[in-house]
Design a protein around this ligand. Sequence first.
Ligand code: ARG
Length: 293
Amino acid sequence: MSDRPLYLMTDPACFDVCYQINPWMRPDAWRADPRRALAAAKDASAELRRALQDLGAEVETIGAVQGLPDLVFPANAAIVLDGRALLARFRHPERQGEEAVLREVFTRLKRRGLVHDIVDFPDGVFQEGAGDAIWDADRKLFWAGHGPRSSRAALAVIARAFGQEVVGLELASERYYHLDTCFCPLAGGKLLYYPAAFTPAALATIRLRVPEVQRIEATDEEAQAFCVNAVNQGSRIVMARAPDSLKRKLTARGYTIAEVDLAPFILSGGAAYCMTLRLDRQSHPERAIIAAE
Ligand code: ARG
């Protein structure tokens, strides 16, 4: 296996906004000119892929499947850590068809040695992958969103599957329906988050665990631009087109921003983080280095 970061993305050829399972989804806007919208989506996806490659990453691609437009959001496919993939179970029938496709995708990745183990949630537990279970490499724990999409019962399953601490955060609104829309741990221990997305109890948990100097709060405008839904590697952050206010905040703290115009995917309620899934994340990367020496 190479030591370059490895991400999964999906070929956007069958992307479409034809149903509405979150308040951002705009089938009407898509329908106004579907050919143009799809062409713009293909360009945006290619631009995001290039931005990841610019970070030094490799990208594996899931083939497009007709009738499964939201397959373009592989953050929802599974939770992956230390070579183990815990496959998602989708809340909405519109996305449940993705489960069989994703099982095949991960079976193929396993055959190639890119993951070594595939595990499942028990029946009746919903969990929408890394979109609702974000690994915090500095604190060595999962932050797990629940409420709109993922069940609270998923937290204990994640903890058992990976042998890691899981901190649950209840999401307060349908607008910020996955944790990755409002919460982004950054390398070095900082946290970009949107406070209004959380219940009072979840906010209290965040503020207890993350000291104020490490918290970077997104404004309404910044969250609505889907900029919290970002991919971070070291000091670099890839995100949708960002308001100047956010760029100033992050550059002042030493981060470099790469912006990608992801407007066609924001019409479905997703952006940079959702369109990717990191496959090679290790809970203890320092041990992997020692083992390789
Ligand atoms: N239309 C998709 C849905 O509602 C968007 C998913 C975005 N993914 C994410 N991880 N936030 O499920």
